[in-house]
Write a protein that binds this ligand. Structure first.
Ligand code: ADP
Length: 454
């Protein structure tokens, strides 16, 4: 049984069940109908015999037979005297049973090999005692049951064969996706083809649903493998430039023609590249922890107004050094349940970009306010907005700037890792919020972050 396929096991199980069920049902049915029919025959016999008794008459001890009916409703009537001598009818119909007379007892006997039911009644009329016997043939019902039995014996195996074949066909068709699933799984595990999908079929049964679920899982796996591959190639690509700079600066500093100032410059450049790489490493670590779901923000009630003002103060010297003016418009005492370190990083990234991608003599405006929701079900939002009068962002780049390592062509020459804005969006999402950008190329950009308060 263990080495049989599921299809064969299912078919075997229900065929056996059906066979037993049908056999039991047919047996019960035949038994019941034969009981009913023999009860009816008994009743008929007793009625006809009782009627015959009432029509019996004796004159001077002799039986009067003129008015008597010896055959009615299939029942043959015989009159005997008390010693068992047949008084009437005189003509032997060949159905007369030799059985001993027994009062009011219906029983089955065989006369010349034919089954008969007999019923006797003892009575006294005109001071003369006598017996009346009724005999009815059971041959017809015997024949009917015999034919039904043959029909069932022949028909049942045929019926079960058709049901088994049909059932096996249906199960085989239903299990077809399983073969597809196994084949796809084998191909995926033996190779690297994650683009393979299992045929889902048009039905909506359990296996089609399983195929759809497995296909969904494969799509997610394929997407996450592709993301991993992209990530690895992005990281190695981004590390190549600073590593090449460090290597060439080291080679130069170690060469005999490098003087003291040259060595100093080379070391400064190496330090800058190392800082950039370590910044990139820590941002990447945080981002990947966020994506893996292993990062838990340390939430606390933070005075966001003070935190924004302090971050602006820290970055003001850098803005001034770039010839920019920074303005702030901060709503006082706005508190937020948030991760303080992440919030500082979010604001710093936005302001650093506003400094980096600005134009000489430009402005930076940092504002913090609350926004009431338009409908009563949503929460009020803290809104951090950083606007600049910088180079702006082309329309086709506006959505891509949030991707890891994406840098618009116009800003490739500047320092940066291409991770700042993906960090901003991720931090906003960690706090249940969202970030968006608007820009008019050549005139400036506005970055807005919404975080629910409460
Ligand atoms: P990075 O600044 O390190 O390159 P970011 O993820 O912070 O990386 O930004 C991605 C890209 O978005 C930048 O390279 C730049 O092209 C564009 N960008 C971001 N902020 C601004 C801004 N304020 N003005 C113009 N372009 C910007």
């Amino acid at each position: 049984m263990k080495h049989l396929s599921i299809k064969a096991r299912v078919t075997l199980w229900y065929t056996t069940f059906m066979l037993i069920f049908m056999a039991v049902s047919v047996f019960c049915l035949l038994l019941l109908s034969s009981r009913i029919s023999s009860r009816r025959t008994r009743e008929l016999l007793s009625d006809v015999v009782t009627d015959a008794v009432s029509s019996v008459q004796f004159r001077y001890g002799e039986l009067e037979t003129e008015d008597m009916d010896f055959y009615r409703d299939g029942v043959s009537i015989f009159i005997y005297d008390t010693s068992g001598y047949l008084l009437a009818p005189r003509i032997n119909l060949g159905v007369q049973a030799d059985s001993v007379l027994q009062d009011q007892t219906a029983r089955l006997v065989r006369v010349n090999g034919t089954p008969q039911m007999i019923y006797d009644l003892y009575a006294v009329r005109d001071d003369t005692p006598f017996w009346v016997r009724g005999v009815v043939s059971m041959a017809e019902s015997d024949l009917t049951y015999g034919s039904i039995r043959y029909l069932i014996l022949l028909g049942m195996p045929l019926f079960i064969l058709i049901a088994a074949l049909g059932g096996y066909g249906v199960t085989r068709r239903a299990f077809l996706p399983v073969a597809g699933i196994a084949q796809a799984a084998e191909q995926i595990s033996s190779g690297t083809d994650l683009s393979r999908r299992i045929p889902e079929g048009k039905r909506n049964d359990e296996l089609s649903r399983l195929a759809r679920t497995v296909n969904g899982m494969l799509s997610r796996l394929q997407e996450s493998f592709a993301r991993e591959r992209r990530f690895t190639s992005d990281v190695s690509h981004e590390l190549r430039t600073p590593l090449a700079v460090i290597r060439s600066q080291c080679e130069y500093a170690l060469s005999p023609e490098a003087d003291c100032d040259g060595k100093q410059e080379a070391l400064t450049s190496i330090l800058r590249q190392t800082r950039r790489m370590s910044d990139m490493a820590s941002q990447l670590l945080l981002l990947s922890r966020g994506e893996n779901g292993t990062f838990t923000p340390s939430l606390a009630q933070v005075n966001l107004s003070r935190l924004t003002a302090m971050t602006c103060m820290d970055l003001e010297p850098a803005a001034e050094a770039a010839g920019l003016t920074m303005e702030t418009q901060i709503q006082p005492d706005l508190t937020l349940n948030c991760d303080e370190t992440l919030m500082i990083r979010l604001i710093t990234n936005l302001i650093t970009n506003a400094i980096r991608y600005n134009q000489p003599g430009g402005f930076i405006r940092v504002s913090l306010s609350t926004e009431s929701p338009s409908d009563e079900t949503s929460q009020p939002m803290a809104v951090i907005r950083v606007s600049d009068t910088g180079i702006g962002i082309q329309k086709e780049d506006l959505e891509k700037i949030w991707d890891r390592f994406y840098r618009a062509d116009a800003s490739r020459s500047s320092e940066g890792t291409g991770l700042g804005l993906s960090m901003v969006r991720w931090i906003a999402q960690v706090h249940g919020g969202w970030a968006a950008a608007e820009s008019s190329p050549g005139h400036g950009s506005v970055f807005t972050v919404w975080v629910p308060v409460g």
